[in-house]
Design a protein around this ligand. Structure first.
Ligand code: HGY
Ligand code: MN
Ligand code: MN
Length: 433
């Protein structure tokens, strides 16, 4: 087996797209997307399909205690792997590329190395991590967070979902509560391929994003308790309307993001994604409202400013309306900066392969932001048509999918030859103290 690679190695684009299309048929929804919420039967079916592909191509497949699935191809040495991967769980209105592309491109990397008899120095590992979306079980990136030791296994297994289900029970129910230990082995390096899910690359006519990092994420659940009352007989000044307060908060989030984007930050975003009223009837003033707030910013100080402004508004509005508000943090991750040696490798490989490339931060959360805690990490982006994602209309042109997978292949090969080991050892020693 030769251990040198030449830059005419290319993945099999037709097979990559065929697998993306086949996986999209698992948990299909109107418009060609998928709904595979974490640890549901649909997620199990997706896991079974991709796990079977991993075995078919000769990977040795392991499942860890939080359900992360990792397929490994041996390298010349039996050391830390060069690792890639992403997720195959989706949101309720999932597209066919979010997460899936990164996992299936990882399989393509392995098949291409096999086909050309290329032996890497390090083992090659391809992972799909549990519950990256966090939509059913917050926080997002749950599996990769546990993999790197950012959250204890028992705490993760006890998480209760938006439907009252419990992570540990659901993992067991679908047969993916594995035995491989968490935290998992520290990789030599980690690179994730992902669709951008935003408008930048398409707007600039650029094929590859060399991702510099991930913005900070702040998820909060607000439970607003007022007083249900008759919609017709209750004067406005006697109401304690939880529905009004929830709506006022949702509107304030928009103003807050726009005001911050005028002056202090061009990247403040704010979303009220969930909003439930009780008793949810046309003629009853809502006595209870439950809602979520998603705040993000590339700058940690500005993200804290946004959180403080929201808390001020909530307290002021609640007092004026005579309601109480209970807050529960669902996720809180500071902005992450990727290792510039990996970022530059992605950019250099993309250029060498003849693709246009620009460096950029990620607006979405990714498993890579967790792996960045333990090893040199980076990401490869490819364009999203109209910047749409978390929507069945999500689309990336086949040529861009293939370009991204080829950049992933050659980036992993370049990192395989890189001597990060001192860096990785330092981190592991630091973590084991
Ligand atoms: O929320 C996110 O950014 C990711 O899709 N989990
Ligand atoms: Mn994703
Ligand atoms: Mn997503």
């Amino acid at each position: 087996m030769n251990t040198r690679f030449t830059n005419d190695l290319r993945i099999d684009g037709d097979r990559l797209i065929r697998r993306i299309e086949e996986l999209a048929t698992v948990g299909p929804i109107e418009g060609g997307g998928s709904c595979r919420l974490a640890l549901t039967d649909e997620d199990r079916a997706g896991r079974d399909l991709v796990g079977a592909w991993m075995s078919e191509i000769g990977l040795s497949v392991s499942v860890d205690a939080i359900g992360n699935v990792i397929g490994t191809r041996p390298g010349r040495i039996n050391g830390p792997p060069i690792m890639t991967g992403s997720h195959i769980d989706t949101v309720r209105t999932g597209g066919r590329y979010d997460g899936n592309l990164g996992v299936l491109a990882g399989l393509e990397v392995v098949e291409t190395l096999e086909r050309h008899g290329v032996q890497t120095e390090h083992p090659v590992a391809v992972a799909f991590f549990t519950d990256e979306e966090g939509a059913r079980f917050p926080p997002d990136m749950l599996g990769s967070l546990v993999y790197v030791g950012g959250l204890g296994l028992e705490a993760a297994l006890d998480i209760v979902g938006i439907d009252g289900a419990i992570v540990g029970e659901e993992l067991a129910r679908i047969g993916y509560r594995g035995i491989a230990p968490c935290p998992g082995p520290v990789p030599h390096a980690f690179v994730e391929l992902h669709v951008e899910q935003g408008p930048v690359l398409e707007a600039e006519g650029i094929t590859i994003g060399a991702v510099t990092g991930v913005q900070g994420i702040s998820w909060t659940e607000l439970t607003i308790t007022g007083q249900s009352n008759h919609a017709g007989t209750t004067p406005m000044n006697l109401r304690h309307d939880a529905g009004y307060v929830a709506a006022a908060i949702a509107v304030h989030l928009r103003h807050l993001a726009l005001e911050m984007s005028d002056g202090r930050s061009d990247r403040q975003v704010a979303t009220a994604g969930r909003l439930d009223l009780h008793p949810d009837l046309v003629n009853v003033v809502a006595g209870l409202a439950t809602m979520t707030v998603d705040l993000r910013n590339t700058d940690e100080k500005l993200l804290r400013d946004a959180e403080a402004e929201l808390a001020r508004f909530v307290a002021e509005t609640a007092t004026a309306e005579g309601v109480t508000v209970a807050e529960r943090t669902l996720a809180r991750f500071e902005p992450v900066v990727f290792d510039d040696r990996v970022v530059e490798t992605v950019a250099g490989v993309a250029t060498e392969l003849g693709h246009s490339v620009r460096q950029m931060p990620s607006g979405a959360g990714h498993d890579a932001q967790m792996l960045a805690r333990v090893c040199p990490t980076g990401m490869v982006f490819v364009p999203s048509r109209d910047g749409i994602s978390h929507n069945p209309a999500e689309y990336t042109a086949p040529a861009d999918l293939v370009a991204g997978a080829d950049v992933l292949l050659h980036t992993l090969l370049a990192l395989d030859a890189a001597d990060f080991d001192n860096e990785t050892k330092r981190i592991v020693e630091g973590r084991n103290q």
